[in-house]
Design a protein around this ligand. Structure first.
Ligand code: DGT
Ligand code: MG
Ligand code: MG
Ligand code: MG
Ligand code: MG
Length: 282
């Protein structure tokens, strides 16, 4: 291929490789969803259709990108975790972030009519921003995930109490805000229970705990015994996989059913019961 005199401009492109051997979290967030949720009359404090749509779009991202091992969503945001051994796009940050953002946005728009059949999308159209953050250890990664789940809990308890004071208590936003200023979690639980007969614990888990998306190997068809489930493989130090093994695992990942659950993953149980999610072998 002949070099043109314009080729030199390529040298202006800067590399943006993410560090090797670190967990990559790509967090995307709805752009201006305060306005967006108003325009499409999302129910307050939680709109089940909107959350189900976010989850459906995230599920598609996991199905299309086997390198994403787990994802967690609350409100208008989703965090996608790429395994530390991931080599997709040579770990180029902008390529990873933009691919996930555009794939998620495309599915969000494509799936919209299934979740909002009576509210056709016009303007504003939904959009998402995204960033990549790297975590060197499993503990750091789990702390990141726990941070988002705690945020979900704190925000949901606040929003549930705030909107109950308004919707059932007849307060305006200012009065509800003043009422909640300086209250602790126990106070909000008490307001809900004593004034509105509402037990916060009985609220749906999707609102209280958010949505975690992962591959459930227990649901893989009986024909595949996933190598990722092999105890030895899970505890052995990282070793280079043979090509056939790697290929087998890739196929197992593709076959595994992607599921969405609304469960606590701050405690160890979730991860201990599903060791393949963060195992040495992605
Ligand atoms: P940004 O992210 O800086 O572009 O601005 P926003 O407006 O997206 O702000 P953000 O992401 O901090 O907050 C999310 C907004 O989305 C917040 O105003 C509440 C709204 N939202 C998210 N989920 C729901 C829902 O289920 N129901 C309702 N009514 N609103 C929701
Ligand atoms: Mg934001
Ligand atoms: Mg937002
Ligand atoms: Mg947000
Ligand atoms: Mg191209």
């Amino acid at each position: 291929m002949a070099n043109s005199k314009y080729e030199y401009v390529k040298s202006f492109e800067q590399p943006d490789l993410l560090l090797p051997n670190t967990w990559i979290v790509i967090r995307i967030d709805g752009r201006g969803f305060h306005k967006f949720s108003d325009k499409y009359a999302f129910k307050k404090p939680n709109d089940r259709r909107a959350l189900d749509l976010m989850n459906a779009a995230a599920e598609r991202v996991l199905i299309e990108l086997p390198d994403v091992v787990v994802a967690y969503g609350i409100s208008d945001e989703y965090s996608f975790v790429l395994h530390r051994s991931c080599t997709l796009f040579e770990r180029r940050s902008s390529k990873l972030v933009t691919t996930i953002v555009s794939m998620f946005s495309a599915y969000y728009v494509h799936l919209w009519p299934s979740f909002f059949p009576y509210s056709p999308l016009t303007f504003p159209l939904p959009g998402f921003d995204g960033r990549a953050v790297q975590y060197p250890t499993v503990q750091n990664l789990r702390d990141y995930m726990s941070w988002r789940q705690v945020d979900c809990h704190i925000n949901n308890l606040y929003n549930t109490t705030f909107w109950t004071l308004i919707q059932q208590g007849g307060m305006d936003a200012k009065a509800a805000e003043a009422e909640l200023a300086g209250t602790l979690a126990a106070d909000k639980n008490e307001i809900l229970f004593s004034r509105f007969g509402m037990n916060y614990n009985n609220e749906p888990d999707i609102y209280k705990k958010g949505s975690i998306v992962f591959r459930d190997y227990e649901l893989v068809e009986a024909t595949t015994s996933s190598p990722a489930l092999n105890e030895e493989a899970l505890t052995a130090p990282e070793i280079a996989l043979s090509k056939t093994q790697a290929e087998k695992e890739r196929k197992a990942r593709q076959k595994a059913k992607v599921v969405v659950q609304h469960v606590d993953f701050i405690k160890d149980d979730f991860w201990e019961q599903r060791p393949w999610i963060l195992s040495n072998r992605p």
